[in-house]
Design a binder for this molecule. Sequence first.
Ligand code: PLP
Length: 368
Amino acid sequence: MEPDPSTGAIMTPIYQTSTYVQEAPATHKGYEYARSQNPTRTALETAYAQIENAKHALAFGSGVAATDSVMKLLNPGDEVIAASDMYGGTYRLFSKVWERFGIKFIYVDTTNTAHVQAAVTANTKLVWVETPTNPLMNITDIAAVAAIAKNAGALLCVDNTFASPALQNPLDDGADIVMHSATKYLGGHSDVIQGALMMNDDALREKLYFIQKSCGAVPGPQDCFLVLRGIKTLGLRMKAHCENGEKIAHWLRSHPKVAKVYWPGFEDNAGYAIAKKQMKGFGGMISFELKNDEVAEAKRVLSSTHLFSLAESLGGVESLINHPASMTHASIPREERIKNGLSDSLIRLSVGIEDADDLVEDLRKAIG
Ligand SMILES: Cc1ncc(COP(=O)(O)O)c(C=O)c1O
């Protein structure tokens, strides 16, 4: 990260301004109005591009605002191939908002690239992949889907929220756009809502910048400051998330009351080989099902932890526990949710950077 160019301040100042004084009409320092440009945001966007090996990056007011901006590249009649078990809010945005504007969504299991290929039509303009997925940690082969999208003349956008740029760089594997809920690992401290898009193509950057300033879903400078600071420790934090995640995943797997553990680092996990190929670590996100697959039993466990706080969101330094069926994925109808493998007792953990033994002890007491 570069020091602030106007003062040399090592921490980029929070430029809390809505406008910039011009010397004469249209004679200015490159900043006219803060919806279009803000120096704190510029510093963050430069950092975003660097950590994702991208040429360009744009910051948005939330992850869904970033996703929404990608959708605005499309026209009525265009088709999107999207992952069937992605974040519920992305599904809600696609099915409840964008479908009304004439965009058609085809949901497939993107872990099976043959399904992606089979869904391609002449109208396919975008392929939307999340890997690892929320909450089943399914792994999609980014390079293989990028080849399919390229052949189809469609863009591939990868939601890289769960891996973070420290573990996975989808542009290097052929994706056209990377999307992040920066609310999660990029911010890292559960104190900001923000989104990001990263891309290499100049024309695509111009189109998305036009959408960013025209539609206005920009983040404020204080939030940009917080994420800039968060990024400085991303590598260290992800190392700790990965180490703790590995310990907890193995411990859960050996627990007699646990039916199944979803974590891409198990060698017998269906996505293991691809995860090993495209990720530098397996992350701190884990889901598990109880043998007693009932909402009531899941709720008992969820209400009994002390170090794991019961909350939506993920990716902060503190550990969180969540019930997808009634929380993050409640917007998906039950029938569809079960069909997609999200059982009633499924519990999702965002493993933080606390002492791993303390976290295991907390889960031991809660699961009983
Ligand atoms: C994988 C994933 N993508 C996108 C989002 C949406 O991001 P935001 O909440 O910052 O709008 C989330 C939020 O939970 C997420 O988990």
